[in-house]
Design a protein around this ligand. Structure first.
Ligand SMILES: *[C@@H]1O[C@H](CO)[C@@H](O)[C@H](O)[C@H]1NC(C)=O
Ligand SMILES: *[C@@H]1O[C@H](CO)[C@@H](O)[C@H](O)[C@H]1NC(C)=O
Ligand SMILES: *[C@@H]1O[C@H](CO)[C@@H](O)[C@H](O)[C@H]1NC(C)=O
Ligand SMILES: *[C@@H]1O[C@H](CO)[C@@H](O)[C@H](O)[C@H]1NC(C)=O
Ligand SMILES: *[C@@H]1O[C@H](CO)[C@@H](O)[C@H](O)[C@H]1NC(C)=O
Ligand SMILES: *[C@@H]1O[C@H](CO)[C@@H](O)[C@H](O)[C@H]1NC(C)=O
Ligand SMILES: *[C@@H]1O[C@H](CO)[C@@H](O)[C@H](O)[C@H]1NC(C)=O
Ligand SMILES: *[C@@H]1O[C@H](CO)[C@@H](O)[C@H](O)[C@H]1NC(C)=O
Ligand SMILES: *[C@@H]1O[C@H](CO)[C@@H](O)[C@H](O)[C@H]1NC(C)=O
Length: 485
C-alpha cells in the first residue's frame, strides 16, 4: 500500500467512526403495562421508524424471540430482585446467561444481536436505600464470568445502569459534582470493574425531574432553547440542563479517578401527562433539542466534541402499571401511546418523514364504562378512589390531560380505566350499581377515554403455554402415528 493513501484511509475510518457515533440513538422498551402491545408489533414499530438499538428491563421470553433476525442492538436487563442470588451463586449466573443470552445470541443473522447485559435496574436509586449495594459488584462479576465461559466476552458487555440521583452537586455547579456519599466505595469498585472489561458507564439523566424538583432551572434551559439564560461555572458556560448534568457526572467520575470512561445515556426523556410541563408539545421540543444537540457533536464543556457513545430515549411506549411513587407522570414517558401511536414527531433516523404508528392494532370492542347519572351519586367519589387504587387515573392529576373534566366526568374516567384494565368484563363496570356500559366515546378534548388492547399480559402468557402444549401434543401424535404405521 502506498504511504500517501494512509491519510485518506484514516479519514474514512474517522468518518465512519463519527457517523456511527451520531447514529447511536436507541430507545427503552419497558413492559410494565396491563395490556402490552404484542412484541412482534413493537418490533415492526421499531423497524419502520429506523430505530436500531433497544434497551429492555428484563429478558422476556416473548420479547427476545420477536427481536430475532431484526439486527436491532439489544440490551437485556436483570431485575434488582435477582442480584442477591447472582452475587452468591456462580451457577445461578451461568444458568441465567445460558437461558437468557446464549440461547438467543447472534452477531447479526437470525438470532438476537445482544450487546449489553444490564445488571440491575438502577439499583442505586436513593429511595431503595442500600438494599442492593452489597450485591451489585458480585453479581456483575459472576455474570461477566458466565459470559466468558459462554465465549461471549467482548461481544456482550456487562453494565450497571445508574440513576440520576447517584451523583449530584449541592451548588448546581458541575465542577463540584460528586457521587452520593453512601456510594463512594461501591462506585470505585464498579468503575474498576467496568474499565477492566471495557464496559461503558450507563447513566440516567433527567432534565424533567431536575426541573420538577428544582425550581431554579428554567424550562427554556431544560429544552435547549437558544434564548435560555446560561449558567456559568467559573470560566465554563452551560447553555442547557443536559450539559450541566452530564458534566456534573464527568466531574464525579474524575473525582474518583475515572475521567475518561465512556458514557452511555441509558435513559433520557420527557413525559407527556400527569404533571405540569408534561405535555406532548414540550416533550417534542425536548427530544428534538436533545437529538439536534447529539447530532451537532459539540459535546459538553468538559468533554468537547465527545458526546455520549450511545443515548437511549426513555421511553418507547406508555406503561399504565409503572410505579407512581415519584409522580403521576411516570406512566407517560412514551414517544408513542400504549397502543403505538406517535404523540409527536422526532427524527430517529427516518429523516424528515413522520413517525410510523403501530399497524393493525387489535383493540377490545368500542365500549366504555361511565357513571350512571340517574343514580344517587353520593358514594361515587369513594368508588372512584377505590377504582383508582388499581386503575390508571394519573391523567386526572393537576396538569394532567383530564384534570379539567368536571365532576362526575372524572368519576367516569376512573370507572372506565378500571373496566378496560379488566378486559371490559361486565362485573368490572358495576361499582355498586353506579356503572353504565356505553358505546358512545366519552372522550372530551385532550382527555382520551381509552379502549384497551385485545392482548393482555396473562393472555399472551397463556397463549405461549398453549402453543407449547399443542406443539408437544402434535409431536407426540405424529410419533405415535409413525410408530403405528
Ligand atoms: C428507514 O427504514 C426503511 C425500511 O424500514 C428504509 O426503507 C429507509 O431507507 C430507512 N431510512 C433511512 C434514512 O435509513
Ligand atoms: C456476595 O457473594 C460473596 C461470594 O459468594 C459472599 O462472600 C458475600 O457474602 C455475598 N454478599 C452478601 C451481602 O450476601
Ligand atoms: C432467565 O434465566 C433464569 C435461570 O435459568 C430463569 O429462572 C429465568 O426465568 C429466565 N428468564 C428471565 C426473564 O429472567
Ligand atoms: C465520599 O466522597 C465525598 C467527596 O469526595 C466525601 O465528602 C465523603 O466524605 C465521602 N463519604 C464516604 C462515606 O466516604
Ligand atoms: C439560581 O440560578 C442562578 C443562575 O441562573 C444563580 O445565579 C442563582 O444563584 C441560583 N439561585 C439559587 C437559590 O440556587
Ligand atoms: C457567564 O459567562 C458569559 C461568557 O463568559 C458572560 O458573557 C456572562 O455575563 C456570564 N453570566 C453571568 C451571570 O455571570
Ligand atoms: C354509601 O355508603 C354507605 C357506607 O358504605 C352506605 O351505608 C350507604 O347506603 C351508601 N349510599 C348509597 C346511596 O349507596
Ligand atoms: C384547565 O382550565 C383552566 C381554566 O379554564 C385553563 O387555564 C387551563 O389551561 C386548563 N388546563 C388544561 C390542562 O387544559
Ligand atoms: C373528581 O372531582 C371531584 C370534584 O372536583 C373531586 O372531589 C374528586 O376527588 C375527583 N375524583 C377523582 C377520582 O379524581
Amino acid at each position: 500500500m502506498s504511504l500517501n493513501l494512509c491519510p485518506i484511509i484514516l479519514f474514512f475510518f474517522f468518518f465512519i467512526l463519527t457517523i456511527s457515533r451520531v447514529r447511536a440513538i436507541g430507545i427503552n422498551w419497558g413492559n410494565t403495562a396491563s395490556h402490552p402491545l404484542p412484541p412482534p408489533k413493537v418490533v415492526e414499530l421499531l423497524k419502520s421508524n429506523n430505530i436500531t438499538k433497544v434497551k429492555l428491563f428484563d429478558a422476556d421470553p416473548l420479547v427476545l424471540p420477536a427481536l430475532s433476525g431484526s439486527n436491532i442492538g439489544v440490551t437485556v436487563g436483570i431485575p434488582n430482585s435477582m442480584l442477591r442470588s447472582f452475587n452468591s451463586s456462580k451457577k445461578a449466573a451461568e444458568s441465567w446467561v445460558h437461558d437468557n443470552v446464549t440461547r438467543y445470541f447472534s452477531n447479526g443473522g437470525s438470532g438476537v444481536r445482544i450487546e449489553y447485559v444490564a445488571v440491575g435496574d438502577e439499583p442505586f436509586l436513593q429511595r431503595y436505600g442500600e438494599q442492593f449495594h452489597p450485591f451489585v459488584i458480585g453479581a456483575a462479576t459472576n455474570i461477566q464470568a458466565a459470559l466468558i465461559k459462554a465465549n461471549l466476552e467482548g461481544k456482550v458487555r456487562v453494565v450497571v445502569p445508574c440513576s440520576f440521583d447517584a451523583f449530584l452537586s449541592e451548588s448546581n455547579l458541575p465542577s463540584k459534582g460528586h457521587f452520593r456519599s453512601d456510594l463512594n466505595k461501591t462506585m470505585i469498585q464498579l468503575l474498576t470493574f467496568l474499565s477492566k472489561h471495557g464496559s461503558p458507564f450507563f447513566v440516567t439523566i433527567s432534565p424533567f425531574v431536575t426541573i420538577h424538583q428544582n425550581k431554579n432551572i428554567s424550562l427554556a434551559f431544560s429544552l435547549f432553547k437558544e434564548t435560555a439564560h446560561p449558567h456559568n461555572d467559573s470560566h465554563r458556560t452551560y447553555k442547557n440542563s443536559f450539559d450541566l448534568s452530564y458534566d456534573t457526572l464527568v466531574n464525579a467520575l474524575s473525582t474518583v479517578g475515572f475521567p475518561k470512561i465512556d458514557i452511555v445515556v441509558a435513559q433520557i426523556g420527557w413525559p407527556t401527562d400527569g404533571a405540569t410541563n408534561a405535555t406532548p408539545s414540550i416533550a417534542e421540543t425536548f427530544v428534538k433539542g436533545l437529538i439536534n444537540h447529539l447530532h451537532s457533536k459539540l459535546g459538553t464543556p468538559l468533554r468537547p466534541r465527545d458526546p455520549p457513545i450511545e443515548t437511549y430515549i426513555f421511553s418507547l411506549l406508555d406503561e399504565d402499571q409503572r410505579s407512581i411513587t415519584t409522580g403521576n407522570f411516570e406512566r407517560h414517558w412514551g414517544v408513542f401511546t400504549f397502543d403505538g401511536q406517535a404523540k409527536y414527531q422526532v427524527d430517529f433516523g427516518q429523516g424528515s418523514k413522520n413517525l410510523v404508528n403501530a399497524q393493525n392494532v387489535e383493540y377490545l370492542p368500542s365500549k366504555w364504562c361511565v357513571v350512571n347519572n340517574n343514580r344517587d351519586l353520593s358514594n361515587a367519589s369513594a368508588r372512584a378512589s377505590e377504582a383508582c387504587y388499581v386503575a390508571d387515573c394519573t391523567a386526572l392529576s393537576p396538569g394532567g390531560s383530564c384534570f379539567n373534566i368536571s365532576w362526575p366526568g372524572n368519576i367516569s374516567y376512573a370507572f372506565n380505566s378500571y373496566y378496560q384494565q379488566h378486559d371490559q368484563r361486565t362485573d368490572s363496570c358495576d361499582f355498586g350499581g353506579l356503572g353504565l356500559i356505553t358505546t358512545v366515546d366519552p372522550s372530551v378534548g385532550n382527555c382520551r377515554f381509552s379502549v384497551e388492547l385485545h392482548t393482555s399480559q396473562s393472555d399472551s402468557l397463556h397463549r405461549a403455554c398453549y402453543f407449547q402444549w399443542t406443539t408437544l401434543l402434535t409431536t407426540i401424535l405424529v410419533c405415535l402415528l409413525r410408530f403405528t404405521l
